[in-house]
Ligand binder design. Structure first.
Ligand SMILES: [Zn+2]
Length: 157
């Protein structure tokens, strides 16, 4: 594995897109305009850095207004049987319709094993089990308990 420690290109853009996607989902029920704004920013980030979104992620936002599609809240989902079996997603913000045909045995290109050329591991260096990290965990086991405490305290408030 010569590419094990390869630098993750556009990591900052991916992090920003992740943040904007989460913000968009949070705002979906309370403020649709803000949700659409965050979704729009996320798509703009991807376009500027020429990055592609995963199809599952791409299908979970509206193609026209970029607001998140949550079934029952911001989108209406209906089954279609004629002429082809599929799903019809209606965005309740802009009322645009998107149809997805469901064929038996059909898989997206990314779901097929031939599409994977190489798998890169971008695990942070601190999380990789090195001799030093193992020793630190051995001699300072409290750190983990302290983190649990902090998390519990955060859950209370
Ligand atoms: Zn829409």
């Amino acid at each position: 594995m010569k590419n094990k420690n390869k630098f993750c290109q556009h990591k900052d853009v991916f992090e920003r897109m992740n943040y904007l996607y989460q913000a968009s989902y949070l705002m979906a029920t309370s403020n649709r305009v803000a949700a659409s704004y965050f979704g729009n920013n996320m798509v703009a980030c991807a376009k500027k850095a020429v990055l592609r979104m995963e199809p599952d992620l791409k299908r979970s936002i509206c193609k026209w207004c970029q607001s998140p599609l949550i079934p029952g809240e911001s989108a209406r989902v209906r089954l279609l049987s004629n002429p082809l079996k599929g799903l019809r997603w209606t965005c309740l913000t802009c009322m645009n319709i998107r149809k997805f045909v469901m064929r038996k045995g059909y898989k997206l290109w990314l779901e097929q094993p031939e599409s994977i050329i190489e798998t890169l591991d971008f695990t942070a260096k601190s999380k990789i089990k090195t001799h030093r990290n193992v020793a630190l965990q051995k001699y300072f086991p409290r750190r983990k308990n302290q983190m649990k405490l902090v998390l519990k305290i955060l859950q209370i408030f």
